[in-house]
Design a protein. Structure first.
Length: 197
């Protein structure tokens, strides 16, 4: 029975293949272990799954570790890692849920920085798809990014990209709709600024 993190890490080092390491972790977890060791086991398992590009399974392991974690900082870190992996797996709902957990656990001072980091991750994912010419996936990712709290200038830039992508996949009506939406948003923003003066 594994009782310490050192025992867990020593047990892992005995094996050369990921399959054998996963088997060792599974057996050790079934026999029972202290909470801190169980968290380490979930994280180790998540790392192995992440290296195999099994992002959803890895993300679930990070979530399990986060659920057991004792401090807000540790929970935030693990939920954030899970959210990033859900984002890689294109499970935007699970990614948003985990990012929301991170924001809830964060302090008021941390929130703007974390929100900006989250926004950048969604935009970056969309840009990766666009560069790889996965236009439909890019459209989906940009649409998700536009649902976030972004500065108006950034939203305008993303609307332009979205309209261009709709044209590339042969959907000019959708492109025109996006342009109209962008125009109405720009008008309402202009009116809001005028009301302030």
């Amino acid at each position: 029975m594994v009782q310490t993190k050192d025992e867990l890490f020593q047990g892992i080092r005995q094996y050369n293949t990921d399959e054998r390491k996963l088997e060792f972790i599974e057996k050790a977890m079934k026999k029972g272990m202290p909470t801190d060791v169980k968290i380490a086991a979930f994280v180790l398992r998540a790392e192995i799954h992440k290296n195999k590009k099994w992002f959803t399974i890895a993300a679930r392991d990070y979530c399990s570790a986060a659920d057991l974690a004792g401090t807000f900082r540790e929970k935030m870190d693990l939920y954030f890692k899970a959210a990033v992996l859900f984002l890689h797996a294109e499970d935007y709902i699970a990614a948003e849920d985990n990012f929301r957990k991170v924001l809830v656990l964060s302090s008021k001072e941390q929130r703007p920085g974390i929100q900006e980091k989250i926004n950048n991750l969604f935009v970056q994912k969309a840009e990766e798809y666009e560069k790889a010419r996965f236009y439909t996936k890019a459209i989906r990712a940009y649409s998700k990014a536009l649902a976030l709290k972004l500065p108006t200038a950034k939203k305008m830039e993303l609307y332009d990209k979205l309209a261009m992508l709709y044209e590339k996949i042969g959907k000019p009506r959708d492109a025109n709709f996006i342009r109209q939406h962008k125009h109405s948003l720009a008008e309402s923003e202009k009116e809001r600024k005028e009301d302030l003066f």
